[in-house]
Design a protein around this ligand. Structure first.
Ligand SMILES: [Ca+2]
Length: 176
């Protein structure tokens, strides 16, 4: 008896499955589904996340990473156009990570690696997803000697983003 009831339910479900599929397929996307996430931020969302966004924008301005790991390298930059890097290192960093260049916050500790030569926009460094990730107009310098390195910088664009963020203008499009 139990089996026959289950069989009946299963048959009914299979028979109705195309109806559900059709309904789902024909349903037009809502305005929220059509709009990109960053455009769907409501006023309430912006107000609720005002303080976290201001704090994150402020942390984006300064890079102060101390690195521990093998390597030898040096870099200097005054925007991406006027920047030079040479050397190689693989490290664990700690400190202020610098610009996010995205929405997701960067952790104050993580892995960082870079190897090769980069002069201005000609970048011959190895492509890793744990590079220093500088901002486009970041100004700073770094050095790595044997097992320790330091990298400092400021990103004027992020300072501007922080100031405009105080009045809800997200220039860097990085607000949560
Ligand atoms: Ca922002």
């Amino acid at each position: 008896m139990k089996h026959s009831t289950m069989l009946l339910l299963l048959t009914g479900f299979i028979a109705c499955a195309p109806c559900f599929a059709e309904t789902a397929a024909e349903k037009p996307p809502t305005e929220e589904e059509k709009a990109p996430a960053h455009e769907s931020h409501s006023a309430i969302h912006k107000i609720a996340l005002y303080i976290p966004n201001v704090i994150l924008d402020l942390f984006d301005v300064v890079r102060l990473r101390v690195r521990v790991g093998p390597g030898i390298a040096a870099d200097v930059r005054a925007t991406k156009l006027a920047s030079v890097f040479v050397g190689s290192y693989g490290s664990v960093y700690a400190g202020l990570p610098g610009p996010r260049n995205r929405r997701k916050p960067k952790l104050p500790i993580g892995l960082e690696s870079r190897s090769g030569l980069q002069v201005s926009v000609v970048d011959g460094t190895a492509d890793t997803n744990i590079g220093p990730d500088y901002g486009p107009t970041e100004i700073g310098l770094g050095v790595h000697v044997l097992i320790i390195g330091v990298d400092v910088g400021v990103e004027p664009l992020e300072l501007l983003d922080f100031v405009t963020g105080l009045v809800f203008i997200d220039l860097r499009d990085d607000d949560l």
